[in-house]
Write a protein that binds this ligand. Structure first.
Ligand code: FMN
Length: 151
């Protein structure tokens, strides 16, 4: 069993729906999920979990949903001590936005790596142009990760 901190950012609810399905699937494998939709940097420092899963959409022009902006700014401006934190980011986006495709989640992924957190896997991007329902591709990918296996 792993203890997983699940951070969610969404504007219109698609990322919440993904987070709901991810939570059910991981709990079925006996992992415990601590869901946080208003994360602060010290939630990452607390260390009461084995790995961090971020599920976020992209808004504006390659931006994060409002609830993840304070965390992102703190990671950049006053980084918490999280070297070695293991994490992976799932980003919902839309390739019709061109260069800003999935930009918000990718910026958060990079900010975590820049302060010494360890990627479990490359950020997983879901394109709304290809998938009207992002849950299926996310689950298919996530449940293959070694960290997601039942223990
Ligand atoms: C106002 C607006 C701006 C968006 N900007 C981007 C963007 O810059 N890059 C991108 O990849 N997707 C962008 N998207 C697409 C959303 O990220 C995508 O539809 C996502 O599935 C929405 O998830 P949510 O319901 O959790 O917010 C934008 C969508 C809206 C409505």
């Amino acid at each position: 069993m792993s203890r997983i901190l699940l951070i969610v950012g969404s504007v219109f609810g698609a990322a919440h729906a993904v987070a709901d399905d991810v939570t059910s699937a991981l709990e079925e494998r006996n992992h415990s999920i601590q869901r946080n939709e208003d994360p602060q940097a010290n939630d990452l420092e607390a260390g009461e979990f084995d790995w961090l899963l971020v599920v976020t959409s992209t808004t504006g022009v390659g931006e994060l949903p409002d609830e993840l902006v304070p965390l992102y700014n703190t990671l950049r401006d006053a980084p918490p001590r999280i070297a070695g934190l293991r994490y992976v980011v799932v980003v919902l986006g839309d390739s019709s936005y061109g260069d800003s495709f999935c930009g918000g989640g990718l910026a958060l992924d990079e900010a975590l790596a820049d302060i010494g957190a360890q990627r479990i896997a490359e950020a997983f991007k879901v394109d709304a142009m290809e998938h009207s329902e992002p849950e299926a591709p996310v689950l298919e990918w996530l449940l293959e990760l070694p960290e997601a296996q039942a223990q």
